[in-house]
Design a protein around this ligand. Sequence first.
Ligand SMILES: Nc1nc2c(c(=O)[nH]1)N[C@H]1C(S)=C(S)[C@@H](COP(=O)(O)O)O[C@H]1N2
Ligand SMILES: [Mo]
Length: 575
Amino acid sequence: MCNQRLLVWEAWGPATHPPRLRRRIRDVSRLRNAVTGAAIGLGSGAVAVAVGDLVAAFTGPASAPVLAVGSAAIDLTPTPLKDWAVQHFGTHDKTVLLSGIYATLAVLAVLAGLLALRRLWAGVAVFALFAGLGMWAASSRGVALPPSAVAGLSGTAALALLVRLARPSPRPREAGEAPVSGAAPTRDPGSPTPGPPTSRLPTSEPRSSGPRTPAARGVMGRRGFLVALGATAVGVALTETAARALTTARYNVAKARAALRLPAPVTPLPPVPPSAHPPVAGLSSFTTSNSGFYRVDTALTVPQVPPSGWTLRVHGLVDRPLVLTFDQLLRRPLRELDYTLSCVSNEVGGPYVGTARWLGASLPDLLREAGVRRGAEQLVGRSAEGMTIGTPVELVLDGREALLAVGMNGEPLPTAHGFPCRSLVPGLFGYTSATKWLVDLELTTFAALDPYWVRRGWDRTGVVRTASRIEVPAPFARVPAGPVTVAGTAWATHRGVAAVELRVDGGSWQQARLAADVGPDVWRQWTWTWDAAAPGPHTLEARATDGTGAVQPETRTPPFPSGATGWHSTVVTVT
Ligand SMILES: Nc1nc2c(c(=O)[nH]1)N[C@H]1C(S)=C(S)[C@@H](COP(=O)(O)O)O[C@H]1N2
Ligand SMILES: [Mo]
């Protein structure tokens, strides 16, 4: 069966047709075969994906084959490409990746279908490759293998079934229809050994099947096949719907999050003073809303970590390893912290920075309870989905307000920002300090473990660079001559911002007015009045001085490997 050359919609005209017409008919049948193959491939590929999703509704969403492969792809993506993706697609980088995976799958599925029409085993081989890739990805991510295995099997089954149905069932030749003789037999190019010649004429049937009527074969086979294809589509839709509903019911934490009441902080912070935010249209708000907060992580779908059953393990180089439940975490004294979190991938003037009022338990206090041993250099946070983030222990214990955060701007952490618990260590970029979906803290040495980003060449410490961003006027704005309000935001988290200066067209630096200081761990907004005179384009530049007196360097460096440096500038035209 596998070796049969199959021309499904073969509707060769009787030999009495003129050659040109027969050629036309042959072209049409080739096209029909291609369409059939593609439909078979896409149909069985969709069956595989949907069944994989359904099994993953029981073994965990991350084990769904497409997600497993996507996550493995993210892990394997070289740093420059990942950086490029973050820069170009921002928070959409995952949508782009998933679309790419689905598109690749679709192409491979079409290929499998086309191959299977000629040789079933070749199509099956493509599906075996799918399944193998999925299982490899799943094992590399430490998630369950069955979804990929079952996906491969069901895709193969669907493929075989559809190919069979596309192939007409044997029908007795109608009386009076004689085999056409006189046509030159052509050997089946698909058969490896010289076998009985199969003619390309309608009456010469595949070796194993009985004779049948070409016309009846086309019409009947086609109808049955289309019905099967339609049934496949319906089945896929139902399976996928069930898979999603089950996944949501079993894993989505939205309800648990909505039901969670966070305890009040031991000593609530006063509200952020209005004087921290100059009332300039277009200037970013002082506190970033949860929905407006940038999101950067490697998780293809937002990990769903239920607070019930959540534990935080503290182990490694500690005297008293401990395991904390979520209730125990909430019973600890909770503090509030206004803190500006920023991403190492942020370009000069970029958007991957935000300020929130966080609520959480003291991380240094917990570590002291566990008893950090001499020699512990690195605190490695592990997340539920397998991220590792390493922070120098020295910095966590030097008195800064590091948190095990559970709240963000008066709500439980949003799921995308690490619900139910994440770490924050002021002064460090997110990738060395801010483990979302945190479940494990290990005290270890630097030599013992390279965390995820360090393995990819990023700096081990990740101290936030001093940054200043001109937000008003907007780039390429046109402003009338006269006084122009320039405004922006500067940060040098944990060192604080002592000064911001502006200059126009490389002239002398002028001091900006700093808004009220909320603390060294938070950004600082500023304004400056520019007496714009000469019409035409002008370049504004800003630089900040941090709390240690260090002036932001002019040299532009890219984000890799330790954060972008350089002055932000913007071009404005005076009219
Ligand atoms: N589990 C997990 N935590 C993570 C990351 C991640 O990929 N996975 N990315 C880190 C990085 S690079 C940054 S900048 C911050 C971003 O936090 P946010 O998405 O809440 O803004 O989370 C950090 N924590
Ligand atoms: Mo980041």
